[in-house]
Design a binder for this molecule. Structure first.
Ligand SMILES: [Mg+2]
Length: 238
């Protein structure tokens, strides 16, 4: 796969975990690479920069204190880091999520991360991952068709089928018709965005694994190096 091109008028969409921040056993301590906050501050003076994450945006207020526009909860939340935001969750979906949240079985090593109306089940620290997954099967069987089960890196999440990172970034990109979306992400949920932007965007997968993205970067440091290129010359005149 070729190195991603540097485009003239980018519209950046940047995932957080595994893209700007290396994974940490406790997601609350997953800090970005040290150079990232200053880099994003500089970048946003020249180009629109959006953060697109599966997290609640509240989590990033402290981890990434840069006032960027952002999409949270895989498209269920929209707003600004350190600023106002809102959930975009239909009431019927809220009720389904609350019912399932109350019915999660107790399994050693399973950590539940509450994210407003939704939640994530982490099993990174479980002594026996396959035992966790077996114990969760009856619970997963209760998930209705209106919700989709997302199996990420040692995490399981639920989301409405028709709201995802792809629908969210397509809506934002439509507001910037003269800019080229540059989407960088590492996980399963970024694939929706790669597909949504396939026609007009530069889509970049971080790390190994099958992907719908057109380009690839090996790790978070390579993401920083790629983004740095956009600061090496003055922005093109409007
Ligand atoms: Mg990620």
């Amino acid at each position: 796969m070729a190195y991603p091109p540097r485009v003239e008028k980018p519209l950046f969409f940047l995932d957080y975990d595994g893209t700007l921040a290396p994974f940490a056993p406790d997601p609350k301590r997953a800090r970005p690479l040290p150079e990232v906050p200053a880099l994003l501050e500089a970048l946003r003076r020249h180009h629109p920069v959006w953060i697109v994450t599966g997290r609640r945006l509240e989590d990033l207020d402290e981890l990434l204190p840069v006032p960027l526009p952002a999409i949270g909860l895989h498209g269920l939340q929209r707003g600004q880091i350190g600023g106002p935001r809102e959930f975009v969750v239909p009431e019927v979906v809220r009720r389904e999520l609350a019912r399932l949240r109350a019915a999660i079985p107790h399994v050693p090593g399973l950590w539940i991360e509450d994210k407003g109306p939704t939640f994530a089940l982490h099993y990174r620290q479980a002594p026996d991952e396959s035992a966790v997954l077996r114990a969760l099967e009856p619970w997963l069987a209760q998930v209705p068709d209106t919700l989709e089960v997302i199996r990420g890196k040692k995490v399981i999440e639920l989301r409405p089928r028709d709201v995802h990172k792809g629908t969210a970034v397509r809506a934002v990109a439509a507001q910037w018709p003269d800019r080229t979306p540059v989407y960088i992400g590492d996980d399963t949920t970024d694939e929706d965005a790669f597909r949504a932007l396939a026609e007009r965007g530069v889509t970049i997968k971080v790390g190994d694994g099958a992907t719908a993205a057109r380009y690839r970067l090996p790790d978070e440091s390579a993401v920083v190096a790629y983004l740095r290129q956009y600061l090496t010359s003055p922005p093109a005149p409007a």
